[in-house]
Ligand binder design. Sequence first.
Ligand SMILES: NC(=O)c1ccc[n+]([C@@H]2O[C@H](COP(=O)([O-])OP(=O)(O)OC[C@H]3O[C@@H](n4cnc5c(N)ncnc54)[C@H](O)[C@@H]3O)[C@@H](O)[C@H]2O)c1
Length: 342
Amino acid sequence: MNSKLKMAIVGAGIWGENHAKIYKAHPFCEVVAVCDQKKGKARELADKMGIPQAYENYEEMFKKCGCDAVAIVTPDFAHADIAIKAAENRKHVLVEKPLATTREDVFAMREAFEKNKVRVMVDLHNRWSPAFNVAHQSVEKGELGAVYSGYMRLNDIKWVATDMLPWAAQSSILWFLGSHSLDTLRWFFNDEVKRVYAVSREGLLKGLGVDTVDTYLTTLEFRNGGIAQMENGWITPNANPCVNDIKFNILGDKGMISLDLSNHNLIQKYTDEKVIVPDMVVQHSIFGVPKGFAFESIRSFVDCILSGEEFHVSVEDAANTSLAILAIMESARTRMPVDVQY
Ligand SMILES: NC(=O)c1ccc[n+]([C@@H]2O[C@H](COP(=O)([O-])OP(=O)(O)OC[C@H]3O[C@@H](n4cnc5c(N)ncnc54)[C@H](O)[C@@H]3O)[C@@H](O)[C@H]2O)c1
């Protein structure tokens, strides 16, 4: 590709704006168009970010805007139709996590990607987290021996479900954060989940007017014998100094690594309302340039399209993550162990 990579964005919400900032900051990328089904929203973002074209219909945008690749940054349940249409228009695709929230969508998307021979990455960004990546390098070097068991806790404060996401009740903490947990554990075990056993509780968020499950505790069994537990909830008190509550432990037969990413305490900010530990890892800005691993993954999509290198997250990674989450939901509903159907 001789000129800059031309990106288009579907979804001009919170995270769509971040995508726009990252593409604009990349020396070999430009944003040519943005689309949002809500009247005026794409135009607003286009004006704010200096994006030349704004649309309300993504099919029209794919046909007219001249983009090479599309970022799909719509709510969790609204990725599949857009991704399939992008592939049919021969656009490379970056899908925000999760890939899809139904089995039918997972298979339809895979088929469309293969048939149209487009390149696709899903933004399961934990692999770019410095702490997780360095820990993973230790595992790859064999410093921990054979991976034996793991634990991952990835929770959000209530505000994410009650205030940040207008569509929390149409999604689940398993899609919103559990997809990161599951992809991370699959990556560390270098294996697929065979069976899951999950329990859940609900009521706190329903009481606050958001009809979604509060929290899931899940036991995972991997095909090669590895076992892990993951915890995903969005009921951490709002006064928690970080939006996320992140703990991770991986145990091998020769060593162990533990991460505590929420309580890094590198900065503590005190106001009359609250103590805050500002995020310096996931997303921040230095002299106006977006930094942090949530942005690194998106930059990596651009770099890999331009260089022709393999993505660090494959469609299979994201598809198997979604299929395992569907099994977790079934297990939590039935209170029975469920084999993941691939
Ligand atoms: N990687 C990360 O760190 C990260 C962080 C936050 C959100 N996300 C993901 O990004 C996605 C979007 O989240 P958000 O917080 O920006 O949501 P949002 O509600 O702020 O924005 C979504 C936008 O998509 C638009 N939209 C919905 N359906 C559409 C359609 N068919 N055509 C065009 N526009 C449509 C909505 O009008 C809305 O403006 C979700 O999948 C979420 O999980 C990822």
